[in-house]
Design a protein around this ligand. Structure first.
Ligand code: SF4
Ligand code: MSK
Length: 643
């Protein structure tokens, strides 16, 4: 047997399941990745186009053959259009998630979705103010209904600006206006991008990418922010909470139900459904000790943040969970759900159930979710899982023992409270720690897994290097799960991994050096934290002045591209592991990795080595510190990290 399993993942639990797949000849993502080699060079460089039926066209990267498409589109145009459509796909996915949450909020407010309560009333009032909704004399339900409708209207809005843009620093808002990139409506910018990139429309690569910034801002400060903020209204804002992570959260003597995908509307109700006595009794009747509900990917993050439920793992572990032979049912909603799940599930007793009309798998049981009957549907699905327990083949059960503790549930609001103390609701201590040099700065490390990089390795190495250099790290999505599995998301990890300054801050306020702020749409929380830090004063008057950086070291989805672009458009230097498919155009590559900084204050870099990438982020943070004329960093660590 080869050492492939060790090369493929840095996570011992995943290594065991990869090995099991090899032994049982079950093909998983890494095998399909190997079978795909060599991958299409034209696609990788971004220089193929199939936008119209005169094509497909491709540019000869060696400059000898065709240098334009049949319509005359240059490589710059083709690369920019492909990239723009990636941003648009990601923004559409995030925003449609936000739309569904707004819809659920309205139904709950009107009393048509009885299984939801309006738990976040403080946030409801704060958001009502942002949306200009008067609250005096109105019931909570009425305010929630008006807020839901106001958010929903922003998707199709044709004029003006999205309301949440007003939460960005003043200087940033003015820059967006000056550049003409303030999104008017979420859907409007998405549709316009599809128009601009149709055959025979926009062929100025800068103009195409500039509209990409607008689309992405409509995601970060629009669709995603609506998803996050309205989820807090509906399900309550998360609070720091201890939980566990990795495949070891599956239990041999329980019925194991995995919820996977992104939207919390069904999964949140499932957390209630599994407490149903009748279902627990049924599980016991079949010989199980109870029902064990765990999450996967961002659905995991949603129920982890709000309920402390365990996470079985991140993107590349979805097939591995089934390979344990201990999963009775995997329930999926939307996004990041591999079509391969149905064939892996067919190799075991696992039942796969789809729940969204937007995400149907051929031959897989579909139980459509309706907010109006949420609990009833959740119980029906759980019952299917419980009844499937008897079909488990005990000899095939092999749950890796790896399990780690973590603290999750940080938000913009509770970060204020934790840092400021009970009586001072402020991020002042964070600003002061950066100004004094106790902290060098902060970084967001987010995004997916990708079999083109050793699973979890880049996330873990990058984050360790950053915290060692006194950089407070905030995380979302699969990146947060990767580092949680390494034990980095506990207050105790500060003693082992953090630099002296960061350790002092963590000790003083009792936080981990790596803060888990949620799922992919919750990257919007990072935007609001950055705006709050600017508003607090002493670190410039725009996000682009702050000593901060972002990264997606193992990215794979279009959503990651949209997230990257809305951070860059908000003024943040952002490093991606593997390059976006732009390398085929020197002009586009130079524009987004260099020139864009002078336009909008943020830019991209591509670096696959996570340590080198972390050093680039540290250098950028040092550059920003110098521009702010801040004191040197108190505890200097690396040779090339000068403040
Ligand atoms: Fe080819 Fe132009 Fe059609 Fe693209 S739009 S497929 S480059 S002819
Ligand atoms: S789930 S988008 S693999 S982070 Fe949000 Fe993970 Fe990336 Fe999906």
């Amino acid at each position: 047997m080869s050492d492939k399993h060790i090369e493929r993942s840095a996570d011992p639990a995943s290594q065991k399941m990869i090995k099991k797949a090899e032994e049982e000849n079950i093909k998983i993502a890494w095998d399909r990745y190997d079978a795909m080699q060599p991958q299409c060079g034209f696609g990788e460089l971004g220089i193929c186009c199939k936008i119209c039926n005169m094509g497909p066209c491709r540019i000869d990267p060696f400059g000898e053959g065709s240098q334009t498409g049949i319509c005359g589109a240059s490589k710059d145009t083709i690369v920019a259009r492909n990239l723009a459509r990636m941003i648009t796909g990601g923004a559409a996915a995030h925003s449609d998630h936000g739309r569904d949450i707004a819809h659920a909020l309205i139904l709950a407010a009107k009393g048509e979705a009885h299984d939801y309560a309006l738990k976040g009333t403080d946030k409801l009032r704060r958001l009502a103010k942002v949306y200009g909704i008067t609250v005096e004399g109105k019931s909570i339900e009425k305010i929630a209904e008006e807020l839901g409708e106001a958010c929903l209207a922003e998707f199709g809005q044709q004029h003006g600006e999205l309301r949440m843009l007003s939460l960005a620093p003043q200087r940033r808002q003015e820059l967006w206006r000056k550049l003409g990139v303030s999104p008017r409506g979420v859907d409007r910018e998405i549709v316009e991008m599809m128009h601009r990139t149709h055959i025979g429309v926009d062929n100025d690569y800068k103009n195409i990418i500039n509209h990409g910034l607008r689309v992405a801002l409509g995601d970060g400060w629009g669709g995603s922010m609506i998803a996050t903020e309205l989820s807090d209204v509906l399900f309550g804002s998360p609070e720091p909470i201890r939980a566990t992570v990795n495949l070891g959260v599956l239990k041999e003597d329980h019925v194991n139900i995995v919820v996977h995908g992104h939207e919390p509307t069904l999964s949140d109700v499932v957390t209630d459904a599994v407490k149903d006595k009748e279902l627990i009794d049924l599980a016991k009747k079949y010989g199980a000790k109870g029902i064990n509900l765990v999450g996967m990917c961002c659905t995991a993050n949603e129920i982890l943040m709000r309920h402390g439920l365990p996470s079985a793992g991140n993107f590349l572990q979805q097939e591995l969970a089934i390979l344990t032979g201990a999963v009775e049912l995997m329930m999926v909603d939307v996004q990041c759900i591999m079509p391969a799940l149905s064939s892996v599930a067919n190799s075991f007793h696992t039942k796969l159930v789809t729940t969204s009309p937007k995400c149907i798998f051929p031959g897989v049981e579909h139980i459509q979710f309706h907010e109006e009957k949420a609990l009833e549907i959740a119980k029906k699905i759980i019952r299917m899982g419980v009844e499937n327990y008897k079909n488990r083949t005990k000899q095939r059960v092999n749950i890796p023992p790896e399990i780690k503790g973590l603290v999750a549930g940080f938000t913009t609001e509770n970060t204020f409270r934790i840092l400021g103390g009970k009586y001072r609701f402020t991020v002042r201590p964070l600003n002061d720690a950066i100004i004094s040099g106790r902290l060098r700065g902060a970084a967001g490390v987010v995004g997916c897994n990708n079999p083109n990089i050793r699973h979890d390795w880049a996330h873990i190495e990058m984050v360790k290097e950053l915290i060692k250099n006194d950089i407070l790290v905030v995380q979302t999505g699969c990146s947060a799960i990767a580092c949680a599995k390494e034990g980095l998301l506990t207050p105790e990890s500060a003693f082992e991994y953090a630099g002296e300054g960061l350790r002092e801050v963590c000790e003083a306020v009792g936080i981990p050096p790596v803060l888990h702020v949620g799922s992919c749409v919750d990257n919007s929380r990072i935007l609001l934290i950055l705006s709050s830090v600017v508003a607090e004063g002493g670190l410039g008057d725009d996000i682009s002045d702050l000593p901060v950086a972002g990264a997606a070291p193992e990215w794979m989805s279009e959503k990651a591209v949209s997230i990257g672009f809305y951070f860059v458009a908000s003024g943040v230097y952002t490093v991606f592991g593997t390059p976006q498919p732009v390398i085929g155009s020197e002009n586009v590559t130079n524009y987004i990795t260099n020139e864009l900084e002078n336009v909008i204050g943020g830019k991209f870099a591509f670096e696959a080595d996570p340590i080198k990438a972390a050093r680039m982020m540290i250098e950028h943070i040092n550059k920003k510190r110098a521009a702010l004329k801040l004191a040197g960093v108190m505890y200097e660590k690396t040779a090339n990290a000068k403040a």
